[in-house]
Design a protein around this ligand. Structure first.
Ligand code: FRU
Length: 724
């Protein structure tokens, strides 16, 4: 009797703390040691000891327990091998473990072996590029093997992409561990298309799911989408108007069974949250950005039928890079843009990477109709192989991919970003293409009579890989020096805008000066210039990808303002200048002009009375004895140091020579960034910067001595967006 009491007491004490009483877990392996013993290893995929996280060249490996785990990425994906546990007795109804890495049920697996057979098997979640290295909880019901002798084997016989497995924390347990909800394969929702858009729920950072749209049973659109299984961060519109009345099926490759992603999809003719479109707090008000999703490079820039066309690298279904489409916008003045939807969609040759556009005035391609010269897009299809294709339009609205694509086969992997121009003296098309060739960045020059057949003409070398000069997104154009049409030079540049100046005979570019610095700021990349601006206008106008930071918005990134490029003589040779295009002047709503004045250190702030959100400021200053001339534009610091002839914007410095002894400065300030122009355009300093909505203060002061302000205008600007 008496002997039961302490036992009961002990029992009830335990019950106070545990919901139910279970036999303790039996650890099998946690891979914390500095070798695998007592497991046995074969091959080289597993190394000789557990990994301590990611291995060289691997993405971050997360969610394992303790310090070590099994990670078969030793020597990369190409290695193979196995790990086998000692024998153990099955003594609990479940075996629980963490698993991640590649998906291949045959070749990449954790297996339970009983009586000489693999009776259970688990693999990782990833079967295509992207994805995650994180481990997730999983388990097997092994009750039927109770009392049997078993071993575990971890095998890696996979050698391609995602050819490795991550495993950790294996134990026997009585309670089925709570893992993520089971994933169902090929979850579907069908509906009849009645409107322009389907609205897909997006959760930034969620696992990417392969989402296929089938139209009357045929797969038409495929994208990797961070689908929201619950409440979304934003809704991505998928344009389906061409299939109105048809039977649509959305298929998701894998989805938690309790996901609301498919059931939450609705259709309508306008965007969700359209009432806030272009009014979002971090929407640049005079910089182009896509309505929804991510943008990077400007593409296909051309003037055609009285409109400027701006295509752009677009992920319509994600806040980050991916699913490369060519988005499309048009404008009459390069300032007010209307976005028209995606024109080049990923296809069997791959996602649509960067490229250019030309108007084929003489219909050399044969794509023109009824006297209408076609607008021809030249793009990269970045599959494997990576090839160049073309598409055409005679109305600037609908585009057809050429059925003879590709027009240029792969030269080396990753060759990309064709920019095409018409070379009048030789009456040929010229394409510059980025190619990594014999371990060097190169620009390959091709020529063509008709945009379909291309012949290699010559090669210009840039830096070694890892360095920026002549790396991706080339542009190539001719500019008069000092506006003198009889003195022209060719300019070749790569994505970071560093350039060479030289001559070109239709075959070969002969650089005279190389590695000249382009822009002098941050967050500017992959610029392109418009093709086919009418001769009577004659300007060469560039737009760059402006890497503005737009956290929390249903879109991400933007473009710079249009920049007029010129070549001007300097003692060191011709140099490129950047000037904001005059069309931007149409945005001025109110101009505050100031009389010439002397600025004394500690003196009154001439801009004190101003309160402005969107700003164009133009100043001319003789620096006198000042050591610093300081502009504070809504908390962005623009400081000029006359002695060093250096400009800094938020601490980022650039040379900015005085011109005729004067500092001439133009500052554009939008919600998400500044573009600063100094030294008559020799210094262009773009700078992403998020202003605070309630700080509209401006300040101008000098330090260290007096300076003479000879002219100052502060223009307040209106938004370019006029949402319908
Ligand atoms: C430059 C770039 C290009 C490529 C594109 C893909 O930003 O890497 O070389 O074509 O982006 O989106």
């Amino acid at each position: 009797m008496h002997s039961f009491i302490p036992q009961n007491l002990a029992l009830s004490a335990i019950c106070l703390f545990a919901p139910a009483l279970h036999a303790a877990d039996l650890p099998i392996a946690d891979f914390e040691g500095d070798n695998y013993a007592p497991w046995t290893v074969t091959g080289d995929a597993f190394g000789t000891a557990p990994a301590r996280g990611p291995l060289p060249g691997q993405m971050n490996v997360e969610d394992f327990k303790g310090k070590g785990l099994v990670n078969s990425f030793h020597k990369g994906d190409g290695s193979t091998g196995s790990l086998t546990s000692p024998e153990f007795r099955v003594e609990r109804p479940f075996i629980s473990f963490l698993i991640g890495g590649g998906m291949d049920n045959e070749k990449l697996a954790l297996q339970l072996w009983v009586d000489g057979k693999a009776v259970r098997s688990a693999t990782g979640p990833n079967d295509r590029p992207g994805g995650t290295e994180a481990l997730a909880q999983a388990s097997w019901d092994v009750a039927e093997f109770a009392g049997k002798t078993a071993t575990l084997r971890i095998i890696d016989g996979a050698t391609g992409g995602w050819g490795h497995l991550n495993v950790d924390h294996i134990l026997q347990t009585e309670v089925k561990p709570k893992g993520p909800p089971p994933l169902i394969s090929n979850a579907e929702r069908s509906l009849t298309a009645t409107a322009r858009y389907l609205h897909l729920p997006i959760k930034n950072g969620a696992p990417k799911r392969l989402v296929t749209l089938l139209v009357d049973g045929k797969a038409e659109v495929r994208n990797d989408i961070e689908l929201a299984d619950g409440p979304p961060d934003w809704w991505a519109p998928m344009e389906v108007r061409e299939w109105k009345g048809k039977f649509l099926t959305l298929r998701v490759d894998r989805m938690p069974e309790d996901s609301t992603a498919l059931s939450s999809i609705s259709q309508s003719d306008s965007l969700k949250d359209a009432e806030n479109l272009y009014r979002e707090p971090l929407r640049g008000q005079f910089h182009f950005s896509p309505r929804r999703g991510w943008n990077n490079d400007p593409n296909g820039m051309a003037f055609y039928n009285g409109e400027y066309h701006l295509f752009f690298q677009h992920n319509p279904y994600g806040w980050g890079w991916g699913n490369m489409h060519w988005g499309h916008a048009v404008s009459k003045d390069m300032v007010h843009w209307e976005e028209l939807g995606d024109k080049l969609l990923p296809d069997a040759m791959g996602p649509m990477f960067s490229g250019s556009a030309v108007v084929d005035w003489h219909n050399t391609s044969g794509f023109g109709r009824e006297g209408k010269p076609p607008l021809v897009l030249i793009y990269t299809a970045a599959g494997n192989p990576t090839v160049q294709g073309i598409a055409f339009s005679t109305d600037g609205r609908t585009f057809t991919k050429y059925d003879g694509n590709p027009v240029l086969k792969q030269i080396t992997g990753g060759n990309r970003d064709p920019k095409v121009i018409w070379h009048e003296p030789t009456k040929k098309w010229v394409m510059v293409l980025y190619v990594e060739w014999e371990k060097t960045h190169t620009i390959h020059f091709f020529t063509s009579p008709n945009l379909r057949d291309w012949t290699l003409a010559s090669i210009t070398e840039g830096d070694a890989p890892g360095k920026p000069y002549l790396y991706e997104c080339p542009d190539f154009f001719e500019l008069p020096v000092d506006g003198d049409g009889s003195r022209k030079k060719w300019v070749l540049l790569g994505a970071n805008s560093d350039y060479a100046v030289g001559t070109f005979d239709g075959i070969r570019f002969k650089p005279e000066q190389t590695k000249l610095p382009g822009h002098r700021g941050r967050g500017f990349y992959a610029p392109q210039t418009f093709s086919d601006i009418p001769e009577k206008d004659g300007r060469r106008i560039q737009i760059g990808w402006f890497q503005t930071e737009t956290k929390g918005m249903p879109f991400n990134q933007s473009m710079t303002v249009p920049l007029e490029l010129k070549l001007v003589s300097t003692p060191d040779g011709p140099r490129m200048t950047f000037t904001p295009v005059k069309e931007l002047e149409a945005l001025r709503t109110r101009t505050n002009s100031f009389e010439a004045m002397t600025l004394e250190p500690g003196g009154k702030n001439p801009l004190d009375a101003l309160n402005a959100e969107l700003i164009e400021l133009r100043a001319e200053i003789e620096p006198g004895d000042a050591s610093e001339i300081v502009f504070n534009i809504r908390d962005a610091m623009v400081i000029y140091e006359p002695k060093k002839q250096e400009l800094s914007v938020n601490g980022h410095r650039a040379p900015a020579p005085l011109r005729e002894g004067k500092l001439r400065l133009t500052i554009y300030c939008d919600r998400t960034g500044l573009e600063v122009f100094a030294s008559d355009g020799l210094c262009y300093l773009p700078m992403p910067f998020n202003t605070k909505p309630d700080n509209k203060r401006l300040l101008l002061e000098t330090r260290g001595g007096a300076a003479r302000l000879t002219s100052l205008q502060v223009h307040e600007l209106r938004s370019t967006w006029n949402p319908k």
